[in-house]
Design a protein around this ligand. Sequence first.
Ligand code: UD1
Length: 418
Amino acid sequence: MDKMLIRGGRPLRGTTTVSGSKNAALPILMASLLTSEPVVLHNVPRLRDVRTAISLLEGLGAKARWLDEHSLELHAAQVTGYEASYDLVKTMRASFVVLGPILARTGRARVSTPGGCAIGARPVNLHIGGLRALGARIQLRNGYVEARAEHLTGARLWLDNPSVGATENIMMAAALGQGHTTIENAAREPEVQDLGRLLVAMGARITGTGTHVIAIEGVARLHGAEHRVIPDRIEAGSLMVAAAITGGDVVVENAPVEQLDAVITKLRETGVNVTAQNGGLRVVADGALQPIELRTLPYPGFPTDLQAQMMALLTQAAGTSVITETIFENRFMHAQELLRMGADIVMKGATAVVRGPARLSGAPVMATDLRASMGLILAGLAADQETAVSRVYHLDRGYEALDQKLQALGAAIERVAE
Ligand code: UD1
């Protein structure tokens, strides 16, 4: 297993580019099962999670072919399988959104439940409730969700909370169903909107993505399409924090500016200068950072996937910051490791109080999930001496060529075999 060695204290400078969105790409890859015609996708990030999704699709009978570095053709002429195994779903929870597409295409699906996860319980009740409302017969047996439906029929449903994955699963199933479906209290995330755009390009009749009410008129068949995946707003935000925490000056090209309102607002509150430039964002940090209050919320609120990165940044702010995590329980695992690097953080339930500025010193650290790992990399960029972040496979799941991107901005970061 590899680890990242970081020697902190260098301000990052220069220009970097954001890759395609992981969280948009994954459900979009699954959507290729909904048609027997080829689907061509551009701006697909080369990530471990994308490879996992491709293996899953290949296991179900789809053919996958890279046309160039970031363009992928998927062709599910026939879907020969109907199962996603525990081994697969436990390594990548997002594979659970394959349930809706397999069921809609073949009438039968068997998908492992994801089980516990490093950032909390993460149940799938809303996915199951939604598919049941569309007429699927669902049983939970041996840790698997077993679903059958000769045809899915439209229904009016309301989600207890605006789950991204449940909204996507239901949208894909209903798109190939019969009749009219409305999803109320749907997730509004840009990744849901991107999936909606692909489905519409495939012939689906979907309106309202990006709002709380999504309407779907089922169609009998969907056809092939070509689609460009949106840029990754979480990667963009992470690179912006990298500039901020090192007192740097970085242009983040291809950043989806309009999806980053909450992030830009909060970074500006810390005193960082963020301006639009060259179809992206320039982030300049040249003074003391101010403490802030931060609350993670569903989109367009501040994303939970940038909470760990902001916590690293706020260890450097002069005063007391308060972070409240409202999406996932147990998503402060990175705080324990930041404490070991010298941060002053007190946690109580869903709230973390961060006092700064703390003098961070390099240490061997490890993280339990993707975004937490990024938080530790960022802390390493601001720390004295050497930080070694192990379990790099978490980073490989969701950040494309992270070490190269940071090196190009002047960071002393190196990937080494453990
Ligand atoms: C997606 C993102 C993840 C992000 C999260 C929240 C992907 C691949 N992953 O995850 O990076 O952190 O959105 O923005 O896009 N819930 C239930 N029952 C369900 C489903 C969810 O109670 O059936 C709860 C979850 O436990 C959690 C909340 O709803 O507390 C939000 O989860 P959800 O939006 O479903 O997240 P994911 O789709 O898993």
